[in-house]
Design a binder for this molecule. Sequence first.
Ligand code: NAD
Length: 497
Amino acid sequence: QPFDGHALSPETTAFLARDMRLLIDGERVEGCAFHETRDPATGLVIARFHIGGKAQIDSAVAAARRAFEGPWSRMAAAERTAILQRLARIMEANATLLTELDIIDNGMPRFIAGLTTANCVEMVDYYAGAILRIEGTTTTPPRHVSAEADALTYTLREPVGVVGQIVPWNVPLSTAILKLAPALAAGCTVVIKPSEETPLSLLALADMFSEAGFPAGVVNIVNGFGADAGQTLAEHPDVDKISFTGSTATGRRIVTAALGNLKKVSLELGGKSPVIVMPDADLALAVPGVAMATFFLQGQNCMAGTRIFAHEAIHDALMEGLTQFAAGMTMGHGLNPATMQGPLISEAHCAKVMGHIEAAKAAGARLVTGGEKLARAGNFVQPTIFTDCAPDMAIMREEIFGPVMAVQKVSTTDIDELARLANDTPYGLSGSVWTRDMAFAHRLVKRVRSGQVSINCHGAVGTNIPFGGYGQSGWGREFGQEGLDAYLETKAVTARL
Ligand code: NAD
């Protein structure tokens, strides 16, 4: 049954009946082929959409260049602010459509999709306001100039130029908006390639850009496959910067592709984040907190805390609480408001996650709960917990991107030793520490090599809080002022007066 029998709003139903074209130079244009997207909870096709290849990327980049040199980078700051603010209001008015599209395209539960849509509106408003805070400085002129005459030195912050953005499927609207909003605020123009798995919410956004008053060519949306449209965009000689969110393996390809014209590169990549639970942790907080660190978004979350270091004094009580929590998670279609755990994105990804579960059993990890694919349509894998994991097991090292928690029992309370365990990974995206001893927590946090570490909570992202990876989790930061700086160049000007 489509959507497991759940009803869609009239606006979403109407949207799904449309011809899903690309957005290039302000026009909805045909691509070079079609691709289908499925509801991961049922496996049924929900829409057929146009995809682009080299020709479409080339014309999108040319349109973005014209818009950059034309209206957008020259527009008065207040006018750019007003257009972004109008976009925020239009998104707000269409929140149901945007939320439902991410649910049926990605499989995420409604409580997450509703939250991410609201965060996206906040993000557009935040960067609309930040336009007025794009500030240069004045500084002391160089000695050889000021020795001879009065002089003045100041800096200008200017947009990087035409930006290519490539985004993943795991939080489709949000990973796109947190690139689009700061880039547009900075005065850049954009060609964005959504994931071939989840095109819908960005296609809906395409209409909203025009309605908000963005000039043609400022935002271009080209759906397509990574190896074709994505690769062409990353290699493109007329793109000044590429901003990528996705797997570490693809991130390496992006860097190589960007070498030709040495375009600037920002990367938000994978993770295998540590969660450290000390003997004095408040279990009433730690049980749901640690469970959701792994199981939020079915574990298809770059910040997922999937390596749990549980102190032996609390291990058994924690396992008991986590098992109960996992068993109590309602699984089902994301449109059902009671759903806490939806499906994985695709059959292929589901098979990969099940392979990791089998490998963990074979390696000697002890299955505490879950481990099964549900015998129903869709790609549902139970929330799964393994304990007795050892640091060299694949389950402790590889990003699984599924609802699979690996627990290692530890006997130490030594900060150096705990930090060594936490840092034993090429990644460095997130992490958390669970304890009542705040001095201990802050000391340990300072040793963890990671872009984000939380105390008694996990994955605490926020519009104004810089987010990004140490190590192989990425280059640069998104969110907050640093997210805007990523799309700005600095020009130093000296005038002999
Ligand atoms: P992916 O790397 O397979 O794909 C991401 C995007 O890159 C897609 O749009 C894809 O079409 C494109 N792509 C693939 N090959 C390409 C190529 N050769 N050239 C150019 N583009 C190419 O990742 P995914 O499976 O869509 O997403 C999951 C991954 O994303 C996980 O590793 C996750 O940790 C990561 N992620 C990171 C963050 C973060 O902020 N750090 C956020 C979300 C997801």
